[in-house]
Write a protein that binds this ligand. Structure first.
Ligand SMILES: [Zn+2]
Length: 453
């Protein structure tokens, strides 16, 4: 999302105002109605729909987006040359580097400046990125898709719930007291007793959370032998990889179903687990490909590939064959639910990592990495390194215009979130080496985390 939904709910008061306008509401209803119906379409019909959407998007990009006009021309292609879905592979990938270099040229020219919203993401893959999206509407659409996903998980927005997210204030109530919002930054010995009292009082039907945050809550509940206090039916995880051991820990602790959602602020792919716990990607949202290290499609059962997304809702700033940096496991398995959606067995590569504070507390890094992007536009890549409690090294690869002022801003933002629990050292380097397996590692953690659990 990666924290897309996260952000939507965090900005609820602003969004609620936007939501009141009839236009937004109608757009929400229309999208939701369409999704409810089309989720049962057969494969052929879904693919026909995708092809039509793809061709419309490409024609628009060619006519209105300088970057794509130039790209098509340089390949001597016309949008009309894309006659079937496989033809999409004639186009090169859109990388984060390309977006950084061509930010202005990827903006569509046929929309008023006031309709654009600049977005920044830290990206779990460690490559901070800025791009544009259409103001307001993205939320309406996301809410419609999310309503469908929540339905798959047996929940509704109106249910009593707990929402755990990265906020600077420890807790608050939303949706007229029906939603308790807790900050993942305060999942520690000091605040957890109070949090647990509050959760008990709300009696939530579901908890929406980062896996790392609910792991801290579950571990605390188990360690302190707190009785099974929750009538929680479902825990919905998002924004990070949900590891199997965590799924089991959550299930065992809260005796509930565990669901998993996947999305990107870039709006290039969106999906989640259905009633049978298979992971599905919405074909109505865009085209998702899995590619190997050489850029070829992954075709073997169980093989891991990078998720490449083409987003049908990205007219303001088209994401066409966008390399997300996230990994998925390929499968041709059909799901018992009967939906003909592509199934990705598992989403990997959503980094979720913990750092250890001076007081030996585990602090999840999720959302902290957004801070780098939000603090400085001059950071090209970043990585955390820790080998001592309470000390963090932030390795940065920066653009030429990076100055001391950027470092100061980063220090300031980190202090706001991490307080006195950490000292941060910024270290500018030329490049961040990949792991032996060729993967980017957002955190190099040298401390034995198991001893802190
Ligand atoms: Zn299914």
């Amino acid at each position: 999302m990666h924290t897309m939904l996260d952000r939507a709910l965090n900005n609820y008061s602003v969004n609620a105002t936007a939501f009141k306008t009839a236009w937004y509401y109608n757009s929400f209803r229309k999208t939701y109605k369409f999704l409810k119906k089309s989720q049962w379409w057969g494969r052929e019909r879904l693919e026909a729909y995708q092809l039509q959407e793809l061709r419309t998007l490409l024609s628009h990009a060619y006519a209105n987006v300088p970057f794509y006009k130039e790209l098509f021309d340089s390949l001597q292609l016309k949008p009309t040359d894309i006659k079937e879905l496989a033809d999409l592979q004639k186009l090169p990938f859109l990388t984060k580097d390309l977006i950084r270099e061509h930010l202005g040229e990827i903006k569509a020219k046929n929309y008023p400046e006031s309709s654009f919203e600049l977005t920044r993401t830290g990206g779990s893959t460690g490559y901070p990125l800025q791009f544009y999206k259409q103001k307001g509407v993205w939320l309406t659409r996301l809410m419609a898709y999310t309503k469908v996903l929540m339905g798959w998980a047996g929940c509704s927005f109106l249910d009593r719930s707990v929402f755990i997210t990265g906020r600077t204030e420890p807790w608050k109530y939303q949706l007229f007291g029906r939603m308790l919002v807790l900050s993942s930054f305060y999942m520690n010995e000091e605040h957890l007793p109070d949090f647990i009292q509050k959760i008990k009082a709300v009696q939530p039907k579901y908890i929406l959370t980062y896996p790392s945050a609910i792991t801290l809550l579950a571990t605390y509940v188990n360690n302190h032998k707190i009785d099974k206090f929750l009538g929680v039916k479902t825990v919905i995880c998002h924004a990070e990889t949900l590891y199997e051991w965590q799924r089991k820990l959550i299930e065992d602790t809260f005796q509930c179903n565990v669901h998993n959602h996947y999305g990107l602020r870039e709006q290039a792919a969106l999906g989640g687990t259905c009633e049978y716990n298979s992971f599905h990607l919405f074909p109505q949202y865009g085209i998702t490909e899995l590619i190997d290290g050489k850029g070829n499609p992954v075709t073997k059962e169980g093989e891991v590939g990078e998720i490449v997304g083409t987003g049908f809702h990205t007219y303001h700033f088209p994401f066409i064959r966008y390399r997300t940096g996230d990994l998925g496991v390929y499968t041709t398995e059909k799901c018992r639910c009967g939906r003909a959606f592509p199934v990705v067995k598992e989403i990997k590569g959503r980094v979720q990592d913990f750092v250890v504070s001076k007081t030996h507390a585990l602090v999840p890094l999720t959302r902290i990495h957004h801070l780098v992007a939000e603090s400085s536009q001059q950071v090209k890549a970043c990585q955390f390194y820790q080998d001592t409690e309470g000390e963090l090294v932030l390795r940065l690869v920066v653009a030429p215009r990076y100055t001391d002022a950027d470092s100061k801003k980063i220090h300031k933002e980190f202090h706001k979130i991490l307080g006195d629990g950490f000292t941060l050292t910024i270290c500018i380097i030329d490049c961040i080496p990949l792991t032996n397996r060729g993967k980017f590692q957002f955190l190099v953690q040298k401390l034995p985390l198991n001893s802190y659990r």
